[in-house]
Write a protein that binds this ligand. Sequence first.
Ligand code: ADP
Ligand code: MG
Length: 156
Amino acid sequence: MSEQFHQFLADESATVAFGNTLSSLVAQGVVIYLYGDLGAGKTTLTRGIVQGFGHKGKVKSPTYTLVEPYELPEVNIYHFDLYRLADPEELEFMGIRDYFDDKAVCILEWPSKGEGVIPRADLKITLEYTGEAREISIDAQTERGADVVTKLKGNA
Ligand code: ADP
Ligand code: MG
């Protein structure tokens, strides 16, 4: 599965708009890993996805709570930020497996901190600084992920 997609994101609003687009392409049950340095735009992209599914309010970083749930009419979205996770075992204690069902969309910042405990990704997304702007790279890891990348290429 080596489907890949890259796009330049000129500013924050471009990243939010791209998240909106992604929300229209991902199926329920998808697992998305977000990579990139602090401030690269992972939470901003998540805001675009979550609001794309109809959430009207804020999307804040769940750094201290580890997970922020969005229970929306169409789908439950779980936004994880594992930056402060000391030990992947903590995830077992919080019952992480219950979040990953066929109907949920799970988005994880700092997935490397949960290695061995979190389910595998359908999409691995990396945000990188290019000056003031960002570049997004999307790697499909499963058939379900490849389907999203194919559609993104069709849109571009
Ligand atoms: P992360 O979750 O990766 O730590 P955030 O999304 O919280 O990052 O923050 C990204 C910061 O970078 C915001 O302050 C945002 O305004 C700024 N920014 C500048 N350009 C972009 C861009 N193209 N996409 C996303 N954020 C951008
Ligand atoms: Mg963040």
